[in-house]
Design a protein around this ligand. Structure first.
Ligand code: NAI
Length: 470
């Protein structure tokens, strides 16, 4: 048992916690960061964003080699998958990045411990590692404990037949068939991987569109259509009821349009959202208030104990790595004596790495309609872009939404190739309260996909160049 005294204790070393710790180190604040996982980086780096994107990239390459490159005249006699090699490649990426984070923490003078930290009072904690115990006294703390997949009644994760997102990333073999409960971000990203690698996919989604409340229906329709083309069965307004083992298959019973259906597959995966990890760090002992499943914080990210901050998934939606990182920086600056506020953030982009990719920032059109806000919209199709034609990725569009009178950009929705890289310009536009003219009059280089956002802004203004005025 050792005793430590630090200025700031950071519990959780994901994109929220490790970024906060780095910033605290840079500000000269004596900091200790603790994570109970196998390495720093959190779910995002170890079990989420990075491994999934590695598999998505690999499956995309396999798919394009079969279905796109031959059209370009690139003929490959045979293409196959070495799955253990894919897994090894993915794991090497994770190891490289987690080591990098550890190096950054060290380089910024941050002490790091892999172990479980629990608050024992408002100013102390206990840390248990594989081999030892520490007690820690602190002046400030940041809680960045993230979130965990939630399930639905009757579908408890057994990690053999009923899988969560981590299991889906770690499969030893490519499944021949897969039932996905939840047509949301995780389900569709990872489902697409296995669909491209040949698995028969069935999606059971309770709402009336894929990615409900996240993107407008015309956006999700593009992905819906593409998944159907790959042979995926999609059941909307459908409710999973139960499952049982039939031989070595899983049989899922679900209800759709008043009828009961059954589908068999190698596995059933449940991705119906995540719940904040509020119960594992000693909130009660420290007197931290939890409200509606999240830690209650003010706009400066202070909890009910003013010297303890909370950031990332554990304080609320959107559960996104980059939102957690931004909050980590805000909390670190505030511990240093600034008074930064989350109200200063105008826009948090959101990306879904489906095929094609989806990216949004600001308001989505369906929301603007619901709010009855007077608006203008411009939609420009990928198929009208020379660059998109040359990449062979012509599905989708870019949509710019602006307030009717002022023409201030309210939101941008994109579905199409490389949308994940294109959205940053739209984020900057919203952050700077840009108007349609700022996007439409800025010279964008040709031939690039970046032109799509300029063209969509021109459409919204009623001044299209590369499409006809409606
Ligand atoms: P989600 O909220 O994206 O989707 C859950 C889906 O399940 C929704 O479509 C919902 O209508 C549906 N659903 C809920 N209950 C159901 C039921 N009983 N039967 C059938 N469908 C049901 O949640 P998901 O996919 O689990 O992702 C969790 C979080 O992880 C997201 O909030 C997202 O922010 C984050 N994430 C972000 C990624 C990114 O930024 N690219 C990648 C992966 C996850």
């Amino acid at each position: 048992m050792s005793e430590k005294t630090v200025d700031t204790l950071v519990i959780g070393g994901g994109p929220g916690g490790y970024v906060a710790a780095i910033r605290l180190g840079q500000l000269g604040i004596k900091t200790l960061v603790v994570d109970k996982d196998r390495a720093f980086g959190g779910v995002c780096l170890n079990w989420g964003c990075i491994p999934s994107k590695s598999l998505i990239q690999m499956a995309g390459a396999y798919d394009k080699t079969q279905n796109l490159y031959p059209k370009m005249g690139v003929l490959v006699d045979s293409v196959s998958v070495d799955w253990p090699k894919t897994q090894q490649w993915k794991n090497t990426i994770i190891q490289t990045l987690t080591k990098g984070i550890s190096g950054l923490l060290k380089g910024n003078g941050v002490e790091q411990i892999l172990g479980t930290a629990t608050l024992t009072s408002p100013y102390s904690a206990e840390i248990v590692t594989k081999s030892e115990k520490h007690t820690v006294k602190f002046k400030n703390a940041i809680i960045a404990t993230g979130s965990t997949p939630r399930s639905i009644p009757g579908f408890d994760f057994d990690h053999e037949s009923v899988l969560d997102s981590t299991d889906l990333l770690e499969l030893m073999e490519i499944p021949k068939s897969l039932v996905l409960i939840g047509g949301g971000v995780i389900g569709l990203e990872l489902g697409t991987v296995y669909a491209k690698l040949g698995a028969k996919l069935t999606v059971i989604e309770v709402m009336d569109q894929l990615l409900p409340n996240i993107v407008s229906k015309d956006v999700s329709d593009v992905v819906h259509k593409k998944l159907k083309k790959k042979g995926t069965d999609i059941h909307l307004k459908a409710k999973a009821k139960s499952w049982k083992k039939v031989g070595n298959q899983v049989e899922v019973t679900f209800e759709c349009k008043g009828k009961e259906h059954k589908v068999q597959a190698d596995f059933v995966s449940v991705a119906v959202g995540r719940r904040a990890n509020t119960d594992s760090f000693g909130a009660e002992k420290a007197g931290i208030v939890i409200e509606k499943g999240f830690i209650k914080v003010d706009d400066q990210l202070r909890t009910s104990q003013k010297h303890i901050y909370a950031i990332g998934d554990v304080v609320g939606q959107p559960m996104l790595a980059h939102k957690a990182s931004k909050e980590g920086e805000i909390a670190a600056e505030n511990i240093h004596g600034e008074s930064y506020s989350t109200d200063d953030i105008q826009a948090i982009p959101s990306i879904i790495f489906t095929d094609p990719e989806i990216a949004t920032v600001g308001l989505i059109e369906d929301q603007v309609i619901k709010d009855k806000t007077p608006y203008k919209v411009g939609k420009f199709p990928y198929a009208s872009s020379g660059r998109a034609r040359s990449t062979g990725e012509t599905d989708g569009f870019v949509k710019v939404i602006a307030e009717k009178e002022s023409e201030i950009v309210l939101g941008v929705e994109m579905v199409g190739g490389h949308a994940s890289d294109l959205i940053a310009e739209a984020g900057l536009a919203i952050e700077m309260t840009a108007e349609l003219d700022d996007l439409s009059l800025t010279v964008h280089p040709h031939p690039t996909l970046g032109e799509l956002i300029m063209e969509a802004a021109k459409v919204a203004k009623g001044e299209p160049i590369h499409t006809l005025k409606k």
